[in-house]
Design a protein around this ligand. Structure first.
Ligand SMILES: Nc1ncnc2c1ncn2[C@@H]1O[C@H](COP(=O)(O)OP(=O)(O)OP(=O)(O)O)[C@@H](O)[C@H]1O
Length: 347
């Protein structure tokens, strides 16, 4: 449905996007994540038609809507957008806000579509309210209904939940995923929040410095990060130094770790091993000791920072019913499902 083919963008001759390519199939939900300034919003604006590419191509279905030579105007693309700041019209009630893009339709069809959307976003009966009479979550649902009303080919959502508090954000992102699936809408989100991205996305893209480093299922981005930048960004893990012992094991401060290594690594090569907070287990029978540097209460779990004898610090997510205070010594073992190893000094 959406194809980006080596899309590049410059602002004042400065590269902002560098050969971004991806495909998103009809009815699927994509999510872009990456540090501030990496080009996420610019990419959405390019797809919507508010910016023009320096090179490359944007396709919707079989149709090229933008390349370096020609641009379909934004209003002809049938691409909807939902922004972070909910831009509802304050002087229009909910019904008129949602019906805003349906002016070309006969009144009866318009009314039917508004009623359908109000039910879809879980706000039946609120059509007469004005935006200031709604909660933040309700306003965001109206914004979504308004964007869905003209049945766009593609919906772009730029951090749509960032103004909501964490609990509501999780609930509404789950709901919105269900709504989009029910409507069969192809959607591309931008978010800062990894949990939100994991919950929403069929395809997850990690951006950095204007490049799309990986475009994959959330599971693969998490478990098989394409490079050390993705590994570092996703999942709150750290890269722990190690040295290759033989074709399928690495010596580390936590002992030898077994697993397939990237091809071409000779014995003695310096590498980094990815350790995520859920890979390290506090266990009285564990082979190594570590000192608790910090513990953060996260409800059911405690997020520890542990320091090994060689000074290496590692995150550890453990059940919170056995609390270990800072300064305590604990025994640990590594419970890696599979080894993620990067050659030292290479991207
Ligand atoms: N109109 C503009 N003119 C010049 N530079 C711009 C313009 N808009 C954005 N930039 C620059 O382009 C780069 C990408 O910005 P963009 O807003 O796309 O990043 P982002 O990943 O969405 O960031 P954030 O997560 O903070 O919203 C940044 O370096 C930004 O300063």
């Amino acid at each position: 449905m959406l194809t980006l083919d080596r899309l590049s963008l410059r602002f004042d001759h400065q590269p902002v996007l560098d050969r971004v390519s991806l495909t998103l199939d009809q009815g699927r939900i994509g999510c872009l994540i990456g540090p501030s300034g990496c080009g996420k919003t610019s990419l959405l604006r390019l797809i919507a038609g508010f910016l023009a590419p320096a090179s490359g191509r944007v396709m919707l279905g079989d149709e090229t809507v933008a390349d370096a030579h020609q641009q379909m105007p934004a209003e002809q693309r049938r691409v909807g957008m939902v922004f972070q700041d909910i831009a509802l019209f304050p002087h229009l009630n909910v019904t008129d806000n949602i019906a805003f893009g349906l002016n070309h339709q006969p009144p009866a069809a318009r009314r039917a579509r508004v009623a359908e959307l109000l039910a879809l976003v879980g706000l039946p009966g609120l059509g007469d309210r004005y935006p200031h009479q709604l909660s933040g979550g309700q306003q965001q649902r109206v914004a979504l209904a308004r964007a869905l009303a003209p049945k766009p080919r593609l919906l772009l959502l730029d951090e749509p939940f960032s103004a909501l508090d964490a609990e509501l954000r999780e609930q509404i992102s789950r709901e919105v995923r269900q709504i989009l699936l029910r409507e069969g809408i192809t959607a591309l989100f931008v978010t800062h929040d990894q949990n939100e991205a994991f919950a929403l996305a069929d395809q997850l893209g990690v951006m950095h410095g204007g490049r799309l480093l990986q475009w994959d299922s959330p599971y693969r981005v998490y478990h098989q990060p394409a490079d050390r930048t993705v590994a570092d960004f996703i999942g709150g893990g750290v890269l722990m130094p190690g040295r290759v012992r033989d074709p399928d094991s690495v010596e580390t401060a936590l002992g030898p770790l077994r697993g397939p290594l990237p091809a071409g690594l000779a014995a003695g090569a310096d590498v980094d091993v990815l350790v995520r907070p859920d890979d390290l287990v506090i266990d009285d029978g564990g082979p190594r000791r570590a000192r608790v540097v910090e513990c953060l209460f996260r409800g059911a779990r405690m997020l520890y920072t542990l320091e090994l004898e060689n000074g290496q610090r590692l995150p550890c997510l453990a059940p919170s019913h056995h609390a270990h205070g800072p300064g305590t010594s604990v025994a640990v073992r590594l419970d890696l499902e599979h080894l993620v190893v990067f050659p030292r000094g290479r991207g």
